[in-house]
Design a binder for this molecule. Structure first.
Ligand SMILES: [Zn+2]
Length: 478
C-alpha cells in the first residue's frame, strides 16, 4: 500500500460464552442440535414472556473485564436495540448501550517493530445472540432459533490498531485470554469467537479519521488479515483516483479474497435504543468483583514471564508452552515432578508435541501424563536408559499407556553400563574390521564414528554412549 496513508483499525469481537444455559432463559445452548429444539417462550420472543438474567453471564463478563484491565461498572443497564430481521422474533435485541458492564480497558500487544504497544478497550457489554436463517438452494429459507438468546460478550477496541498484523496480534491475545478464562471455547469455525473490523485510512499527518468500512463475516485469523489488507488497498486506490470512501458494511468473500458492499452502515440512533423495561438495572457489588478477581487464573502474559524468569527457558519456548492453557498446565506439572525445566520443555515441545500432531490430538488427550513423562526423565537422569533409547520407551508408553519402568523391564531396554560387556562387543567389532582399524591408526580419525555406530548397533542401542567412547579410544589406540 501507498505509504502516504496511515491505516486505522478498530475491532468488535463477539465471544459466545460457555454457560450451560442462555442469557435470559433456562434453555440449553449446545451447538449442532435439531433446529428449534432448544427454545422456549422467552427465546422464541412470544408476547408476555419475561427475561431473567443468567448470573453466570455477569460473572463471565466481570472475569473478562478484569483480565483486560477494565473498570467494572457498579451499575449497568440492559437496552433494547430495535431492528427487524426474520431471525429476531422480538423485533429487538437485548444489549447494553449507554452503561455497559466494563469500560476503559487495555491490552499490550507485541508489534513487528518489537516492544509492547497498548491497545485500548473501549467497552465490553453483554447481549443476546440472534437466531440463524437456513437458506435452501431453491426459493425458501427457514429459521432456527436455537442460537437466539445465547449469551455474547461484545468486546470493542479503540481505533488504536495500525496494521493487519497488529489487529491479528491483538485478536490472538484476546482469544488466548477468553479461552484461558474458560468463558469461551474459542472455536472460530462454529462462530464462538467472531470479529468485525472497522477499517479506514487517512493521509499521514492528518488528525481526523477517514471514513470507515465495517468488514463482517470474518471467521479465521487468516481471513481477517486478508480482508483488512484487501480493504486497505481498495480504499487507497479509491482515494488515489480522487474518489471517496463510503461508510458501509462490507462482506468478506473468502473464495475471491475480496470484500463487497452489503449495506449502508447504520448509526446507533437508527436502532432507537432505550432501557429494557423488563430488566432492572444490574448492580454489581465490589465484594463480588473482588471475589472474581481472587479466583482469576494466571493469565497467559504473566505465565509466559514466569516461565522465563523461574524456569530459565528461552522466551520462544515459553511462548509455545503458554499458547494454550492446558499445554502450560501439562508443562508446569512435569517441571514440578521432575525438576529440570529445560529437559521438560525439550520433551514437551519435541516428542510429546510430535506425537500429538501425528494423531491430531490435544494435550489433554495425551496418553502419556506429566507423571509418566517425569518418571521416564528420571530414568535418563539415573543412567537406566540413554536419551536415545528414551524415545523408544516414550513411543511404547504412548502406545501401551504403561509406566516407563514397566516398559524398560518388559522390553529389556536397560542401558548397558557394565564395561566388561561393552568391552567384549568392542573386541568383536575390532576383530571383524581390521581394515578400518589400520585406517584409524593411520590418522583417519573420521573412522571413529564408524566404530561407535557399529558398537551401538551390536548392543541394540543400549550401550552407554560415554562408556563406548572412552573404551573405544583406549582399544583403538592399540
Ligand atoms: Zn429459551
Amino acid at each position: 500500500m501507498d505509504s502516504r496513508y496511515e491505516v486505522v483499525i478498530g475491532l468488535e469481537v463477539h465471544t459466545q460464552l460457555t454457560t450451560k444455559t442462555k442469557i435470559f432463559c433456562g434453555c440449553a445452548k449446545d451447538f449442532g442440535q435439531r433446529p428449534n429444539s432448544q427454545t422456549c417462550p422467552v427465546c422464541l420472543g412470544l408476547p408476555g414472556a419475561l427475561p431473567v438474567l443468567n448470573q453466570q453471564v455477569v460473572e463471565d463478563a466481570i472475569r473478562t473485564g478484569l483480565a483486560t484491565n477494565c473498570r467494572i461498572a457498579p451499575r449497568s443497564i440492559f437496552a433494547r436495540k430495535n431492528y427487524f430481521y426474520p431471525d429476531l422474533p422480538k423485533g429487538y435485541q437485548i444489549s447494553q448501550f449507554e452503561l455497559p458492564i466494563c469500560e476503559h480497558g487495555w491490552l499490550n500487544i507485541e508489534t513487528e517493530a518489537g516492544g509492547p504497544k497498548k491497545i485500548g478497550i473501549t467497552r465490553i457489554h453483554m447481549e443476546e445472540d440472534a437466531g440463524k436463517l437456513l437458506h435452501s438452494d431453491g426459493s425458501s429459507s427457514s429459521v432456527d432459533l436455537n442460537r437466539a438468546c445465547t449469551p455474547l460478550l461484545e468486546i470493542v477496541s479503540e481505533p488504536d490498531l495500525r496494521s493487519a498484523d497488529e489487529a491479528i496480534a491483538y485478536l490472538r491475545q484476546l482469544h488466548q485470554i477468553v479461552v484461558y478464562l474458560g468463558v469461551c471455547d474459542g472455536n472460530l469455525e462454529e462462530g464462538s469467537f467472531r470479529c468485525d473490523a472497522n477499517v479506514s485510512i487517512r493521509p499521514r499527518g492528518q488528525e481526523a479519521f477517514g471514513t470507515r468500512a465495517e468488514l463482517k463475516n470474518l471467521n479465521s485469523f487468516r481471513f481477517i488479515k486478508q480482508a483488512i489488507e484487501y480493504e486497505v488497498t481498495r480504499q487507497a486506490e479509491l482515494l488515489d483516483d480522487g474518489g471517496t470512501v463510503v461508510q458501509e458494511t462490507r462482506l468478506y468473500d473468502a473464495d475471491s479474497g475480496t470484500t463487497r458492499s452489503m449495506r449502508g452502515k447504520e448509526e446507533a440512533h437508527d436502532y432507537r435504543y432505550f432501557p429494557d423495561p423488563d430488566l432492572v438495572p444490574l448492580v454489581v457489588y465490589p465484594e463480588w468483583v473482588e471475589k472474581v478477581r481472587q479466583e482469576l487464573p494466571e493469565l497467559p502474559a504473566a505465565r509466559l514471564e514466569r516461565f522465563v524468569r523461574e524456569y530459565g527457558i528461552p522466551r520462544y519456548d515459553a511462548e509455545v508452552l503458554t499458547a494454550e492453557r492446558a499445554m502450560a498446565d501439562y508443562y508446569d506439572e512435569c517441571v514440578r515432578l521432575h525438576g529440570n525445566a529445560k529437559a521438560c520443555s525439550n520433551w514437551v515441545m519435541g516428542e510429546v508435541t510430535r506425537a500429538l500432531n501425528e494423531r491430531s490430538l490435544g494435550i489433554t488427550q495425551s496418553p502419556v501424563t506429566p507423571a509418566m513423562l517425569a518418571g521416564m526423565l528420571g530414568r535418563i537422569d539415573d543412567g537406566t536408559i540413554s536419551g536415545k533409547i528414551a524415545k523408544t520407551v516414550f513411543d511404547e508408553m504412548w502406545k501401551s499407556g504403561k509406566e516407563a519402568d514397566v516398559v524398560i523391564e518388559e522390553q529389556g531396554l536397560r542401558q548397558v553400563t557394565d564395561t566388561g560387556a561393552i568391552e567384549s562387543i568392542i573386541d568383536e567389532i575390532i576383530a571383524a574390521n581390521m581394515g578400518q582399524v589400520e585406517e584409524y591408526r593411520g590418522g583417519k580419525e573420521k573412522v571413529f564414528g564408524f566404530f561407535v555406530g557399529q558398537v551401538m548397533k551390536a548392543s541394540k542401542g543400549k550401550a552407554n554412549p560415554a562408556a563406548v567412547n572412552e573404551l573405544l579410544k583406549k582399544k583403538l589406540a592399540g
